[in-house]
Structures are given as C-alpha cells and as structure tokens.
Design a binder for this molecule. Structure first.
Ligand code: C2E
Ligand code: CA
Ligand code: CA
Length: 768
C-alpha cells in the first residue's frame, strides 16, 4: 500500500515536471518568438519611437508587466520616456536614487514590492498603486543612458528567470539603439545635405548669369532659368537635372555663330579642366555671351564638378563699343581723332607690307593763321569755320579715304589706295583750291588758307607715327615757304629738319654761352651822309657753323619762346653800349638807337615792361630809342598792338613800322597804329631804277609820310643812284651798304668817334 502514494506522488511530480518543462518550453519559444520579433524590429528600425513601441510589444510576450516604458536621459539629466505602454508612466519619477545608481552601473534591478521602500512614498498615489513590482533594465549606459522600466500593480511579479530572459534581450536592444543612433546621424547629415542643396539651388537660380554644374559623370547637377533661356532649352530648368550635359552644350553650340568651333572648344575645356575666364562667344542672333569655366574639386574627393557660367554681355559690349567710338572720335567734327587715325594708318602700313605694289599717303593739313580767327571772332565762329572746312575737305577726297582731326586746326587725310604721287598732288591742290571761295558764317565771309604736307607710306616707315611725323614736317616746310601751299616730304627735308632740330638745341644755350653779339648799322642823313643813329642787329657766333644772321635763328627762337630773352638781351646790350658812346662822345647826344622786336613779344604783352626795365638799368634816354616792329606783327589784334605801342610811347620811346609796304593793308594799319616812323622796305629800292612801279611806290611812300607827318627811313640803299632818287623824292634818312653794312660794336664806336659823314668818301671799315 505504501508504494501507491509514492507512485502517485512521483506521477504528480513527473506531471508537474512535464508541465514545468512544457511551460519552460513555451516560455522559451515565446522568448524565441519575441527575439525574432525584436530582430525583425531591429531590421526595419527606422524611427526610434515606433521601434521602441514594437520592442515593448515584443517584450510583453516574455515579461509579466502591466506597463512598461523606455526612458532616455536627456541633456538636463532627467529621464523621459521615448516609448511607453500606459499613460501614467509619464508621471514616474525615477527614484530612489540608490536604486537608479545601480541601474546606471549596468545592473538589472528587480523590486519585489515598491511599497516596502520608504522612498517610494514620494511617488504619486497613482504610481504607488500601479507599480509595486518593478524591473529596471539598463539598455545603454553613459550620458545618454537608456532604461527599460516594467511595472505591475501586484508585488513579486518578476523573478530570477525574468532577469535571465531580459539579459538576453539587452544586447539586442543595444544594437537597435546603436543602429538608430547611426541612422539619426545619417538622417541629420542628409537633412543638412538637403538644406545645403536647397541653398545652392536658390543661389544658382538667383544668379544673374546662366549657371550649369555638371558632376564628374557629365550629368547636369544644377542649372538655372537664365541658362535655359540662353541655351534655348525648353521650359523648366529643373527638368535638366541629371540629363546629359554634353547634349546640353551641343544645343548651345547650335545657336552660336560657330557651332563646330564652340562645341570643340567646350570639349577641350572639359578635358583640360583648366580655369577659363571670360571667354567670349558670339551668338547667331548677334548677342555676345561671355563664359567662365571652373573645375571644382574637394580636398578629400578630388575632382567633383564642372562649373560653367554664361553671361549675356551684349549690352555691355555695346556700351563699350560706344565708349570706344567716342574715345576715338573728335567731339566737334565727329572725325577720327589722332589715336584712331594712327590705327587706320597702321592698318594700311600692314597691308602695304603684304602688297608692296600698292600705294598710300598721308596729308597733313594745317589752317593758316587760324588762331587769329579764333582769337578775334571767338571760338563759336572758329568751330563753325572748322566744320565748314571739314565739309569741303571731305568733298575733296574719296569716301574710302580717312579724314582725321589731330586737334585744333590740324587735320589729316589717309589716302589709302592711290596709284601715283601725281594723284596725291592733285588731291592736295584740290583742297587748297576748295578754300579759294570764302566761307559764309553768321552773315560774314571768311577766307582761310591751309598749308599741306604730303608723305607717302614707305617700307621704311615702321609705324604710323613716323608717316604722320613726315607729313607734319612737310607741312612745316609749306608754312615756311609762305603758307597756302603744299610740300612733299623727301629725304632732304628730313635732313633739313634734323639740322633744324640740332640748331634748336644749340639755340637754347646760346645766351648762357654768350654766343650772341650785336652789330650796328648806321642810319644817315641821305644828303650829307651824316650819322644820325644805329640799328642794332643781332648775330649768333655759332661754334661750328660760324656767324649766323637773325633770319637763321630768330624764327626758331620765336617758336621756342626764347625770343623774349633774346630781344631783351639785344636791347640791354645795345642800350648799354650806346650809353657808353654818348658818355664818351658828347656830340653823340642826339644819336638814336633803333632796336628790333619780334611780334611775338609785342603780342604777349610783356615787352613794354622789358623796355622800361632796360631804360632804368642802362640809363639810356628813352627819347633816343626807336622800337622797330614789322608790319605783319599787328594783323592778329590791332587793338591790343595799339595798346602795347602806346605804352612804349608812354615811356618816351618812338615806334617804327619796319619793312613798310610788305605787309597787308598798310594804309589802314598806319591809321590804326599811328607809328612815329616808317622804314620803307628795301624791296622797293632794289629795282627802283628799272621798275617804274617801284619808282612810283617810293615816291608815294615818302609823300605819304610827309602828308601824315611821320618820319621815313629808306632801307637797303646800295647804290648812289638809289640815294639820288630818294633825295629827289624828299626822303631824309637812309641806311644801307652804300653808307655802311652792319658792323661790330668797336667799329660802330669808331664811326661815332670819327664824326665823319658816311658814304661820301665811301669808306667801309670792318665790313661784314
Ligand atoms: P631788318 O630790321 O629789316 O634789318 C635790316 C636788314 O637788312 C639787316 O639784315 C641788314 O643787314 C640788311 N641790310 C642793310 N643794308 C643792306 C643793303 O644795303 N642791302 C641789303 N641787301 N641788305 C641790307 P639782318 O641783319 O640779316 O637782319 C634781318 C632781320 O632780322 C632784320 O630785318 C630784323 O627784322 C631781324 N632782326 C635783326 N636783329 C633782331 C633782333 O635783335 N631782334 C629781332 N626780333 N629781330 C631782329
Ligand atoms: Ca629793322
Ligand atoms: Ca626792315
């Protein structure tokens, strides 16, 4: 009998065991299932919240909790749920501290009955009611620690085996967290990338240029509307993204003036991957596009993109062109200015080099005495005259010839294609002839003449400047030869010019080097030959060229501006010597000293002050002084000249009109200037014996002087017959080789000392 209960007991125990093992098996299977679930969650884990919610769901199969939550420590140190099953959990305060510290150390802590822990009383009534069994599982440690908290309202719900189960889950949860964190980072990066891309695209679309960015595979990475319009690509630049960039370039090349060239160039640039800045491309419709190319590379990734910019610079080019045109055109006449003209001549010179059989020439035209017109009539009239001149000038040349204005009254013509020098000459003559008819401006008639220099373009000319310089030189020759004519440049002229340039250089130093001397020519009473005075005449004792007369250097000095210093020096030197003679020879007290002055000095207004200064410094009696001016001096501004002469007279000096009869409108000039003396030009005397007209003029001039009450001196008396005629006509004074040529100072003093009448015995001493 005793065996029976044992057997039953064993059976029961076996059953229990079976049941236990079955339960264990079930539980293990559940854990396995939940593990599979967890792994599945892990595999698809995308968002933390959902992932943890499914993790909690999966755990419910394994752990007998009523509520559960996963909490994460935030920056402020507090734990907040990132997933939870019930609502009350959000109110859970993670205390007590002691327990939490253990959890955070990595231990799984099971609380059998929280109500037995005094500190738990601090929790709200609801929490105390809901959470008597608690299991804390650390899923991750550290600053951003994560905990799993499961609760049950009944005590002692969690057992050791639960702890064992949870332990197996913890590493999995850790993996999930890690993966989610990585995803977080990637998501953040992706977000940032998207933001950057959006910003990049916004910049590209707002750029004032057409922008095209190709990736290293030559796919379009970015493009904007301006580019689309420029490339003539259909609407929606966005649609271009990822398209084949070379096809896009091809459609652009098609709208340019040189499709093949542009397409090829694009490929060359891409292949070379070199920075290309501001390359201009002409479009078929006339627009001009400027493109830049920059290969983009990143420090760690190497080459990553082709960056193109296309800018429509049509209006800028137009404005520049306009500016350039303005910069190259004379504002008054609209003619090419010097720079432009030079460019044109250079172009012709280049052509001539290739076609030596062709011929071209440059005319240099300078209006004669234009400054007088401008000064007298004002610039408005002057400008009108210039324009009227240009009008006529244009009609004298072919349309293909280039007419330029170098400035002021200087014009140039480029005869680009002519057959012979004869033809050039004909054109120059035609221009001079076109000026014969006066210009009608503002109800007045004006006549101008011009001096023209002509230079053919030759192989020796290295630049346009040289041709223009030669034509200019020839023009100067025309001026020197009396104006209103043309001269042709030749080698001889060049030599003359260089001689002249050398002389100009020497002249600059002649005063300093004391190379000037004053000669004196006696002025005598024609009847008695008695000495009445001297005319001071300057000479230049040049170290290599010898004695140079005033005609050889006075014009140069007038041009260089040195004439004031020279005239002043002559006046002062002569006055000082003259004063010495008067001091040494009392009978010389009534002698006169005549000094020449250049018209430049009179017209510049400084001369009267110079005379006053010399009078003071030398002590010469002003009443002995005659200031000689040539008639032509006053053409420019008679009123001004009259004022200057009046100032000289105010000093006590007399004023002589030199070379009387050679200038224009002599009579009216006499009336307006009221000189004290006139010196009759020796031209009339030269042929007075043979030419009845000259004979008549001499008679008239002497009569005129007597009638209007001014003195007259006959110049160039060489022969006794001339002297006789002058005496017959009633001329009192004369000078000339018959009496004495100009002599040096000591000879002149000898003449003063002698007191002899000159010319009677015909004695000539120290003649020059
Ligand atoms: P001018 O004032 O008419 O001077 C008279 C010129 O006639 C002088 O020439 C003189 O040598 C020359 N002559 C005198 N008697 C005779 C003659 O019987 N027959 C011929 N054939 N010629 C005679 P020169 O000295 O060569 O002077 C030339 C011109 O240079 C002067 O002409 C004068 O206008 C200018 N000149 C001379 N000295 C000066 C000066 O110091 N300053 C300025 N500004 N000009 C001067
Ligand atoms: Ca004179
Ligand atoms: Ca004279």
């Amino acid at each position: 009998m005793s065996e029976a209960p044992d057997t039953v007991e064993r059976l029961r125990e076996a059953l229990i065991d079976l049941e236990r093992s079955r339960r264990r098996e079930r539980e293990l299977r559940a854990v396995e299932t939940s593990m599979i679930d967890v792994v599945r969650v892990l595999a698809v884990a995308e968002h933390r919240r959902e992932t943890f919610a499914s993790l909690l769901d999966a755990l419910r199969e394994v752990l007998p909790f009523q509520e559960a939550a996963i909490l994460m420590r935030r920056d402020d140190g507090a734990f907040r749920p990132i997933a939870r099953t019930g609502t009350w959990m959000s109110a859970l305060q993670l205390t007590p501290q002691k327990m939490l510290t253990r959890v955070l150390d990595g231990q799984i802590v099971v609380t059998f009955d929280a109500n037995l822990i005094p500190e738990w009383r601090a929790q709200s009534a609801e929490v105390q009611a809901q959470a008597r069994s608690i299991i804390h599982v650390p899923l991750r440690q550290g600053a951003d620690a994560v905990l799993l908290v499961c609760t049950h309202p009944q005590p002692a719900r969690f057992e050791q085996r639960h702890i064992e189960l949870v332990k197996r889950i913890v590493p999995l949860a850790g993996q999930i967290l890690q993966k989610l964190d990585l995803r977080d980072v990637l998501a953040a990066r992706e977000q940032e990338r998207q933001a950057r891309l959006a910003m990049f695209n916004a910049i590209v679309s707002h750029m004032q240029a057409g922008v095209l960015v190709e990736d290293s595979d030559r796919r379009v990475f970015a493009a904007n509307d301006i580019l689309r319009a420029m490339f003539r690509v259909g609407p929606g630049a966005d649609e271009l993204i990822s398209r084949d960039a070379s096809a896009l370039h091809a459609s652009f090349a098609a709208v340019t003036q040189d499709p093949a060239g542009v397409a090829e160039r694009t490929e060359v640039i891409v292949a070379g991957r070199a920075l290309v800045l501001a390359e201009e491309i002409a479009l078929a419709d006339g627009r001009v596009v400027e493109r830049d190319y920059v290969p983009v590379s990143a420090p760690d990734a190497g080459f990553i993109a082709h960056f193109w910019q296309y800018r429509d610079v049509t209006s800028r080019r137009k404005a520049e062109e306009q500016l350039r045109r303005q910069a190259f055109l004379d504002s008054l006449t609209g003619l090419p200015n010097r720079a432009r003209f030079i460019e044109e001549v250079n172009a012709v010179l280049r052509t001539l080099r290739r076609h030596p059989e062709r011929r071209a020439a440059v005319l240099f035209i300078d209006l004669d005495r234009f400054k007088v017109v401008n000064d007298r009539l004002g610039h408005a009239i002057g400008d009108q005259l210039l324009m009227a001149f240009v009008d006529r000038l244009r009609r004298c040349v072919r349309d293909t010839d280039v007419v330029g204005r170098l400035g002021g009254d200087e014009f140039t013509v480029l005869l680009g294609d002519i057959r012979s020098q004869r033809e050039e000459v004909r054109i120059a003559q035609r221009i001079l002839d076109s000026l014969r008819k006066p210009f009608a401006i503002a109800d007045e008639q004006f006549t101008v003449t011009a001096s023209i220099g002509l230079a053919a373009c030759t192989p020796e000319h290295r630049s346009a400047e040289e041709v223009v310089r030669d034509a200019d030189m020839a023009m100067y020759r025309a001026k020197a030869d009396g104006k209103d004519c043309f001269r042709i440049f030749d080698q001889q002229l060049q030599e003359q010019t260089s001689r002249r340039l050398n002389l100009e250089q020497d002249l600059a130093l002649c005063l300093e080097r004391q190379q000037l001397v004053v000669y004196y020519q006696p002025i005598v009473e024609l009847v008695s030959g008695r000495l009445r005075g001297f005319e001071a005449l300057v000479r230049w004792v040049h170290p290599t060229l010898g004695l140079i007369g005033p005609d050889g250097f006075i014009p140069l000095a007038e041009e260089s501006g040195q004439i004031l210093a020279i005239d002043r020096w002559v006046l002062e030197t002569a006055a000082a010597q003259f004063v010495g003679w008067q001091a040494r020879y009392p009978h010389a007290a009534d002698l006169r000293l005549a000094v020449n002055v250049s018209r430049h000095n009179i017209m510049r207004g400084k001369y009267p002050a110079v005379v006053a200064d010399v009078i003071e410094r030398t002590g010469i009696a002003a009443r002995c002084l005659d200031i000689e001016l040539t008639e032509g001096s006053f053409l420019e501004d008679v009123t001004f000249a009259r004022q200057a002469l009046d100032r000289l007279r105010g000093l006590g000096a007399r004023v002589c009109i030199d070379d009387f009869g050679t200038g224009h409108s002599s009579l009216s000039m006499l009336a307006r200037l009221a000189p004290n003396v006139m010196k009759m030009d020796r031209m009339f005397l030269a042929d007075v014996e043979s030419n009845p007209t000259s004979r008549e003029i001499v008679r008239s001039v002497v009569a005129l002087s007597r009638n209007i009450g001014i003195g007259v001196v006959a110049e160039g008396v060489e022969a006794p017959a001339q002297r006789k005629i002058l005496i017959e006509d009633g001329c009192l004074l004369g000078q000339g080789n018959l009496f004495s040529p100009p002599v040096d100072a000591s000879t002149a003093e000898q003449i003063v000392a002698d007191g002899n009448a000159l010319g009677l015995r015909g004695h000539l001493r120290a003649c020059v």
